[in-house]
Design a protein around this ligand. Sequence first.
Ligand code: C5P
Length: 225
Amino acid sequence: MVEVIVALDLPTATDALRLADRLPGLRWAKLGPMLFLEGGPGLVRQLKARGIRIFLDFKWHDIPSTVAGAVGAASRLGIDLATVHVLGGEEMRQAAVAAKDGMRLAGVSVLTSHTPESYGKAVGAAKQDLAAEVGRLTRLGVQAGLDAIVTSPLEVARVRAIAGPDRWIVVPGIRVGGSAPGDQQRTADPGQAVAGGATHLVVGRPILQAAEPAAVYQGICEAVA
Ligand code: C5P
């Protein structure tokens, strides 16, 4: 079953809970730094009390001991899925996996906001073929024992071929019915992501900015069922 994760990129816990209560059958919510800094662990507990699983998306990229400490704290809080940047290095990845306990850990490959030009500038080397780079990072994540890989819809099939049949593939950059890309560069619709092998779709603005968020959420759930 493909899961739809709603990115609660909203400023306050009140906003987040109001939206969660408007989305019938919501199973997964994503909390980023903006909302978590306002709502804190209390918001996580309130969402979990509604039966909603929590994807904590801080995309850690720090020294191994700091990342391990954060991963352990997230796991103890009851977070279901958290993210580290694969680019954080082998020692960091290993420390993160060793600290995760029962929590699942996803490795971010190349951000969906990157183009080949912007990524090349960031890493200081020309990277015209972002799909190849995503494949390279996927291999590193798999070697470290990460449970999931985060990638754009355009590289899902390549990740699936490398990651094997069981690993989760978490895919943001989902757009429906002509919704605006915003700062996302590598987008596709839910059907394309699922056809490539995605297990979890992350959807923020197409739902948050819709006149009828529940209708858009249900439409996406039906499209991937
Ligand atoms: O609003 P939109 O649907 O573009 O939101 C996508 C969400 O997925 C955002 O919360 C963003 O932080 C997250 N994300 C992403 N690209 C990644 C990893 C996570 O867009 N590579």
